[in-house]
Design a protein around this ligand. Structure first.
Ligand code: KG4
Ligand code: ZN
Length: 362
């Protein structure tokens, strides 16, 4: 079965053709990063307009790359929640128009849940298909979401905890802006961190109350801000080496300073994620999880990937990380999850609505 996936929830316009829910025949992504860079964040109106311009060329490219025509597509899947309402409407309208004109089934999927499907996708059909995955512990780490899930199947998912303030990717991006690295800064922080000293700054590892599976990243972002710009009300007489509470700004141009801040930030951010996963494993009831399914833009992070691999070895848990091309927002994961819904006998009709907030419980 060939499913055409369409994604337009934030600042990527994407389309993809996936066979039988796992074999990715094409994965086209038009990013709007350049359009939003000068604002250091996504501007909703600019995003919607860019989606309108890109949606048809991107769908056309996805069909061309897959070597198929519209008549060969069996169903249309679209990310219809959560996201920016104007941006979502573009993808949902295109998906409805295609489904109606081709008389093919239409299915809407939750973008965040689709990130948990990304590790199941493959480009290479000689690679074994992922089996025996559930029950699974799920982790989504992205620019808009940070959450832990209990997954009974690709479509039966319950959220166990999520961020109470900033998402982890948002923390990376805002820290990158404070450091003058541009937007989105996650990949830049990751790269610089590799040559830095992770103990140079003692940034806080957010724990919240004992047993909590929620996250908080705004404290870490503020700690980076104070480290870089100096702490308001700190004594200006105190020498920098005497305390981390300096009033003076850091000299980011000094060799090694930027990599040190990035490495220390990365250590604290990733440690907070691993801590919550450990807690989720401790609190797990019923059949133990067979895998950890990971998704979202920050799953491309080098340190997170290596720490999760180490967690898997410690806990005897199979760690399912997405291939790099499926970490960031993409439509292959939308097509894959759409296939899973259709295979379970679920579908939507032309009343499918775009919804800025996510599914209940997910
Ligand atoms: O999943 P995604 O494309 O969009 C959302 O659904 O939010 O994630 C984008 C986020 C951005 O915050 C970006 O800075 C972050 O993923 N990101 C990274 C890395 N690559 C992308 N963060 C840390 N390290 C990376 N290597
Ligand atoms: Zn996403």
């Amino acid at each position: 079965m060939l499913v055409l996936g369409i994604e337009s929830s934030c600042d990527e316009t994407a389309a993809s053709v996936v066979r039988d829910g796992v074999d990715v025949l094409s994965n086209v992504i038009a990013s709007q990063h350049d359009l939003h860079a000068e604002y250091a964040g996504v501007v909703p109106e600019i995003a919607s307009r860019a989606h309108v311009e890109k949606i048809l060329p991107v769908i056309r490219d996805a069909l061309r790359d897959a070597g198929v025509n519209l008549e060969q597509i069996d169903a249309i899947s679209v990310g219809n929640r959560p996201g920016l309402i104007g941006a979502l409407l573009v993808g949902v309208s295109a998906a409805k128009a295609l489904a109606w004109s081709l008389a093919k089934p239409l299915v809407g999927v939750d973008h965040v849940v689709a990130h948990l499907y990304a590790p199941l996708l493959r480009r290479d059909t000689t690679q074994a298909a992922a089996r025996d995955l559930y029950p699974a512990l799920g982790l989504v780490v992205s620019g808009g979401h940070t959450a832990i899930y209990r997954c009974e199947s690709a479509t039966r998912i319950v959220r166990l905890g999520s961020t109470i303030d900033d998402a982890i990717g948002e923390c990376y991006d805002k820290a990158a802006t404070i450091l003058g690295l541009g937007h989105p800064g996650g990949p830049k922080v990751d790269k610089l961190a590799q040559s830095g000293n992770e103990r140079a700054f003692d940034f806080p590892i957010s724990r919240l109350e004992s047993g909590s599976l929620d996250f908080s990243f705004s404290g870490l972002k503020t700690a980076v801000l104070y480290a870089v710009r100096g702490v308001p009300q700190a004594s200006p007489r105190r020498k920098p080496e005497e305390s981390t509470k300096r009033a003076e700004p850091l000299d980011l141009a000094k060799p090694g300073v930027l990599p040190d801040v990035c490495a220390s930030l990365q250590r604290a951010a990733v440690a907070a994620v691993v801590l919550k996963l450990e807690r989720a494993l401790e609190a797990w009831t019923g059949d133990p999880p067979r895998t950890l399914l990971v998704g979202g833009g920050v799953s491309a992070n080098s340190r997170l990937r290596s720490e999760l691999t180490a967690l898997g070895q410690r806990r005897g848990l199979r760690i399912m990380l997405p291939a790099m091309e499926f970490c960031l927002d993409n439509a292959a994961m939308i097509a894959g999850l759409g296939y899973a819904r259709l295979a379970g006998g679920e579908a939507d009709d032309l009343h499918l609505a775009a919804a800025p907030s996510g599914s209940r419980g997910a």
